[in-house]
Design a protein around this ligand. Structure first.
Ligand code: ZN
Length: 187
């Protein structure tokens, strides 16, 4: 699992629609553990399968991003949003696949999700504010949707230089042989 790493934009894995998990086995639990480790290492609140180039519908989160608060951790398999309300609110958001890029994104204030935990037990959760934002952001990842897709046109323009730098870094990693040469950058 040590070779499992976070992939940055424009890695094509970020645009893959993840598949539902059909069996929760040892490999999946190891993957979840590794994802949590990477999330803490990069000081994030959440990480989704496609961000580690996995095509499985899995999300790991800590609602406070605090490794000393394991009670805030949440593992979600095959999560779906079943209700959104409270209207849309704009707030600053970041993403571990876009280091140092922060922009305002509109999200529903309250969201209810249904998912399975790592024991295969279904659960439902209703969250508001930051936790609701986190769920929406991570579930988007499972559908190949990125926060840059949801920025205002102004936010998009403000992010342009940063996105070019990510694209340049991707190209250089290919030149160095750290990424396969035939990997096609996503937009
Ligand atoms: Zn993200």
């Amino acid at each position: 699992m040590q070779n499992v790493k976070i992939v940055n934009y424009p890695h094509p894995a970020l645009r893959v629609k993840a598949k539902p998990v059909t069996t929760i086995d040892r490999d999946l639990k190891l993957l979840a553990g590794r994802m949590l480790e990477l999330m803490y290492e990069h000081k994030g609140l959440g990480l989704a399968g496609p961000q580690v180039a996995s095509d499985l519908q899995i999300i790991v989160m800590n609602f406070e991003g605090d490794p000393d608060k394991p009670e805030q951790e949440c593992f979600a398999i095959n999560p779906v949003i079943i209700e959104q309300k409270g209207g849309l609110e704009e707030d600053r958001e970041g993403c571990l696949s876009f280091p140092q890029l922060f922009q305002k994104v509109r999200r529903y204030r309250t969201t209810t999700v249904r998912a399975y935990n790592l024991d295969g037990q279904p659960f439902e959760m209703t969250c508001s504010d930051l936790a609701a934002r986190l769920w929406q952001h991570e579930i988007d990842h499972l559908h190949g949707i990125l926060f840059i897709d949801k920025m205002s046109s102004l936010g998009r323009i403000a992010s342009r230089a940063a996105l070019r730098q990510f694209e340049e870094a991707f190209r250089k990693a290919q030149e160095r042989g750290e990424l396969p040469k035939d990997l096609v950058a996503a937009k």
